[in-house]
Every structure is written in structure tokens, then in C-alpha cells.
Design a protein around this ligand. Structure first.
Ligand code: COA
Ligand code: ZN
Length: 309
């Protein structure tokens, strides 16, 4: 008898991490149509938007309209990025399934991105945990967990200390984010293994950017460390506007393609995902980095040229 294929969970961030850095505003109805299409692909979670200051992130200024306008699939979790208590209050009015809190492991990126220090972010997290639970799930995303474009290397002990602070607040879901693609597979394996060993009960997500071409290798390293939840972005869009040199996330369809080719079960219909990806260039007005949508899946075959027959 065949053993069941290992189940992985793919979490789509293009409509938040991707659209937040796009120079052109993607119209609200187009965002909604894309999210509705993504909702039917087998993706387990979609980060719909962010409830941030519209001055900081103008491209997601329509957060309420998008969150309220989408058609909800009960098999999909709908989450939204929240930087502070004000953002949490806004998210709660829209019935999100999960609040994705954000802060950075480094002091400098926290200041540049959120205009507060790490302790101030943790204080906001504490207030939000009281405000939101038990009605709603809370995830904490830790940016620059594998390196900061301002501060450089981040000690693994510093990352583990932040996770410990999240757990103390009662947060049971944590995402380690490689904001500007500084992580390497060896580092990912070591840090994720340490986190999984110390907190086997938390839901740990790996969030990689492909800025230096190590995104898929890092995802494999995280898988090897026991991670089964992965953030990824359709077409490979993405990047933090407050991190110099930031570029796109690991591409969702390329990640799904790799895992499925390896015989793992992502739960995602690759063809349906590729159909969503084909919508992107028209939505954002430029070509996108994803590769499988151009090359076709590994099992694509071509007719032998006439001359070779
Ligand atoms: N939603 C909407 N507006 C908000 C808000 C929120 N969550 N939080 C603050 N604001 C508004 C305030 O009302 C104020 O508006 P005003 O200028 O019209 O009076 C303005 O934003 C500034 O408020 P302040 O509390 O001084 O915030 P700040 O300027 O120090 O900015 C953040 C702090 C966190 C709100 C802002 O830096 C931010 O939204 N960052 C998001 C970064 C991000 O998403 N990065 C990419 C993802 S990693
Ligand atoms: Zn990101």
C-alpha cells in the first residue's frame, strides 16, 4: 500500500506582500476577482490585505472594501497584516479569520517599517492579543529574521527570544520572514530546527523572498527542518517598501510545482494556480518573475521536430 503523501500548506501573499510594492494601484474589483480565483485553487490561506496606514502603504488603502468584497471559501483562511492596535480594530470590523501581526527581529527595520522600536511593537502585540482573542487566530510575522539590510546578521538567539515573547503573549502561530532574501539554506535549517524543537506545538510558517535566488532552496531547507506551512506569492511578486533592495517572494506556482514534482501533497491544483498567474501581467502592467507559467510543468512534453523523426 502507498503511504499517504506528506501534506503541506501553501499560503498566498501576493495580494498583500505583492501589491504593497506595486507602483500602480491595482483596482479594488481586480483584487477581489484575483482573490476569489485563488480561493478555488486549494491554497490554504490568503493574506488578503493589510490594515496599515494608507500613507505608508497607499496601494492597500482599500483594505476594508477588499476584505468585505471577497467571496469566502470555508476551506480557506483569510488573514490580514496588522501593525498596531488601530489596524487590529479595523481588521476586526471586516471578519478576518486571522490577524497577522508584524514586527522585525532587527531594531532598524522595525523603526524604518513601523516607526517604533521592538519593545513598542511587542506592547502593541500584547494589547491586540487581549483585544482579539479568543474570537480570532493570531499569527506573528517576524521580519528580517534571517538578516537585516541595515543591521546585518541577526543572532538566532534574538529570533528565538522574540518567539518566546510571542508564546508568552499567547500567540500560537509564528512566521519567520526573510524580508530581503539574505537567508541561506544552512541557516534556515538550523534556525527552523531550533524553533521546531523548542516549540513543537506552534504553527511555524516559512516566508522567503527570492531576492538572491535562494528562495526555493531555503523552502526545501525549511521542509527538512519540519516546517509544513509556506508563504508564497503568485508570479513571484512582493517586497517591503521600507527595506532597501527588497524584491519578490518565492513564487507560489513554482513552489507548488517543486513540491508536487517531489511527490508531496500541497492540496493545490497547479493548473488552476497557473490560470491565476496568467492574470497577473495585465493586473500589474509588467512581466512577473514566475518560471513555471512560462516553461510549463516538468511533465510537459513537446512533439519531436519533423527533422528528427
Ligand atoms: N490604519 C490606518 N491608519 C493608521 C493606522 C492604521 N493601522 N495606524 C496609524 N494610522 C494613521 C494615524 O491615524 C495617523 O493619521 P493622520 O496623519 O491622518 O493623523 C497616521 O497614520 C500616523 O499615525 P502614527 O500613529 O503617528 O503612525 P506612524 O506614522 O508612526 O506610522 C504605522 C506607524 C505602523 C501606522 C505605519 O508605519 C504603517 O502603517 N506601516 C506599515 C508598514 C508596512 O505595512 N510595511 C510592509 C509590510 S512588512
Ligand atoms: Zn515578505
Amino acid at each position: 500500500m502507498n503511504s499517504p503523501r506528506k501534506r503541506l500548506y501553501i499560503q498566498e501573499v501576493s495580494v498583500r506582500d505583492g501589491f504593497q510594492i506595486e507602483p500602480a494601484f491595482v483596482p479594488t474589483l481586480d483584487k477581489i476577482a484575483l482573490i476569489n480565483a485563488l480561493s478555488t485553487t486549494g491554497i490554504s490561506k490568503i493574506e488578503v490585505t493589510s490594515f496599515t496606514s494608507p500613507k505608508a502603504i497607499p496601494s492597500l488603502a482599500d483594505a476594508e472594501a477588499v476584505m468585505r468584497g471577497i467571496k469566502r471559501n470555508p476551506d480557506v483562511e483569510y488573514t490580514a497584516l496588522v501593525p498596531n492596535v488601530r489596524g487590529c480594530e479595523r481588521a476586526l470590523t471586516c471578519g478576518v479569520d486571522e490577524i497577522n501581526l508584524v514586527m522585525s527581529a532587527s531594531r532598524s527595520h522595525n523603526l524604518a517599517n513601523l516607526r517604533m522600536d521592538n519593545e513598542a511593537s511587542l506592547a502593541q502585540f500584547g494589547e491586540i492579543a487581549k483585544l482579539a482573542s479568543p474570537h480570532i487566530k493570531i499569527n506573528a510575522s517576524l521580519s528580517t529574521a534571517f538578516g537585516c539590510p541595515f543591521d546585518g546578521e541577526i543572532a538566532p538567539s534574538r529570533v528565538l527570544d522574540f518567539i518566546s515573547r510571542f508564546v508568552d503573549i499567547g500567540i500560537g502561530r509564528v512566521t519567520l520572514c526573510d524580508t530581503t532574501g539574505m537567508a541561506n539554506p544552512q541557516q534556515v535549517e538550523a534556525l527552523c530546527s531550533a524553533a521546531v524543537a523548542r516549540w513543537p506545538g506552534i504553527q511555524l510558517t516559512a516566508h522567503f523572498h527570492d531576492t538572491r535566488g535562494m528562495g526555493l532552496a531555503n523552502a526545501l531547507a525549511a521542509l527538512g527542518a519540519g516546517v509544513v506551512h509556506f508563504d508564497a506569492s503568485l508570479g513571484g511578486l512582493g517586497g517591503c517598501p521600507f527595506a532597501p533592495g527588497a524584491s519578490g517572494n518565492v513564487c507560489t506556482e513554482d513552489l507548488v510545482h517543486m513540491f508536487e514534482a517531489m511527490g508531496l501533497n500541497t492540496g493545490v491544483d497547479l493548473e488552476a494556480l497557473l490560470a491565476c498567474s496568467r492574470m497577473l501581467p495585465a493586473l500589474v502592467g509588467h512581466d512577473v518573475p514566475g518560471q513555471v507559467v512560462k516553461a510549463g510543468p516538468w511533465n510537459r512534453r513537446y512533439a519531436l521536430p519533423e527533422a528528427a523523426r
